[in-house]
Design a protein around this ligand. Structure first.
Ligand code: NAD
Length: 352
């Protein structure tokens, strides 16, 4: 794969995709990187300002749900490999509108798989289709333990059900059509460029604006958090060295109860905004739990560590501080993405 000359990255204007595009554009200057993104509410080209003029970076605005367009793009550009990140990614939105998730996450993925298998059919083994997925497909770990690559799928939300379905299609195309694939399932990411509907940037933004911090239920849910740049590093390693047909779990061995994470974030925000200690915590408001809220996710990332030598580079507190610094320094980014349709979503979701 070191000889690949043209790669397609889908969803590259989103949170994780933008970090993956940046890494690939900078690390592989000989390789042409095509970023295909529809620029939905979650996609933002400001995330890629620093690399947009690099000669090996190309942006294509388009919809993975448009099968004809996707087929033509594959036929014209003859990509060597694909990293597929485009998706609807927010659980709360999937509860409101499951069909949008089936459309993009399942049917959109199948459109890409069809184009890849048709265009690559005469030299299949020289290509790779890498599908980026989530640990949420495994369901909830209520009685301890960790998710392994062999853990049976048990998705509980419309979002995770759509991702689980897309993972199954990707594996079915390997089995049926011999399409070379890899899949990785990662835990919760955090860091710069994350849309402020997700816990950490939502709360940073609310603390800045003295708005309530809506904690679901009693805040007992446990998530494993990974700094997004470390996820991008794992994706690079898996794309370069991962074995076709394999699945790799990625996570930070870094479990936090939501309420403990929120309290740590409040402390960091008080420090950074030079407010009296305890000021931000007063904003915590417990709200009705998310429907079907999974209690605990925890990834065993032993395989990617042992087989490919991957290691997360940042401790959580350090990563959280870096993240807070980024959001404070990028007020214009935050103000831009929280204007317009975000306001409507926010009021519908939290009613204030
Ligand atoms: P995101 O919502 O920030 O970005 C998604 C991107 O996909 C956006 O740029 C959006 O414009 C684009 N997109 C959406 N629909 C499209 C369509 N029809 N055609 C083309 N582009 C479209 O998501 P993210 O958090 O960066 O997640 C990226 C991927 O990683 C997703 O597949 C997600 O399931 C997976 N993942 C996310 C996390 C996490 O914690 N955020 C963890 C594990 C896996």
């Amino acid at each position: 794969r070191e000889n690949y000359q043209k790669l397609l990255i889908t969803g590259g204007a989103g949170f994780i995709g933008s970090h993956v595009v940046r890494l690939f554009v900078n690390k592989y200057p000989q390789c042409q990187i095509y970023n295909l993104d529809l620029l939905t509410y979650a996609g933002n080209l400001e995330n890629l300002k620093d690399i947009e003029n690099k000669p090996n970076y190309h942006f294509v605005k388009g919809d993975i749900n448009d099968a004809g367009f996707i087929k033509e793009l594959f036929e014209t550009e003859k990509f060597d490999g694909v990293l597929h990140l485009a998706a609807e990614s927010h659980v709360d939105r999937s509860i409101k509108d499951p069909l949008a998730f089936i459309q993009t996450n399942v049917l959109g993925t199948v459109n890409l798989l069809n184009a890849a298998k048709d265009v690559w059919e005469h030299n299949m083994e020289q290509h790779l289709f890498y599908h980026i997925s989530t640990d949420e497909v495994y369901g909830s770990l209520d009685n301890g333990g960790y998710f392994l690559e062999t853990t049976p799928y048990d998705p509980q939300s419309p979002y995770s059900a759509s991702k689980a379905s897309s993972d199954h299609f990707v594996r079915a195309y390997q089995n049926t059509y011999k399409l070379p694939i890899v899949v990785s399932n990662c835990s919760n990411n955090y860091g710069p460029n994350q849309f402020p509907e997700k816990l950490i940037p939502l709360f940073i933004n609310n603390i800045k604006n003295n708005l309530p911090l809506p904690v679901y239920g009693k805040g007992e849910n446990v998530r494993d958090w990974l700094y997004v740049v470390d996820h991008a590093g794992a994706i690079d390693l898996i794309f370069s060295k991962g074995k076709a047909g394999e699945t790799y779990n990625i996570g930070g061995f870094n479990e936090w109860k939501n309420i403990d994470l929120v309290k740590l974030l409040c402390q960091v925000m008080d420090e950074k905004l030079e407010r009296t200690p305890g000021t931000s915590e007063e904003l915590i408001t417990y709200v009705t739990d998310r429907a079907g809220h999974d209690l605990r996710y925890a990834i065993d990332a032993g395989k990617v560590m042992k087989e490919l030598g991957w290691q997360p580079s940042l401790q959580f507190e350090e990563g959280l501080r870096k993240t807070v610094d980024w959001y404070i320094a990028n007020t214009a980014w935050l103000d831009h993405v929280t204007s317009g349709s975000y306001q409507k979503y926010y009021h519908e979701q939290y009613g204030n």
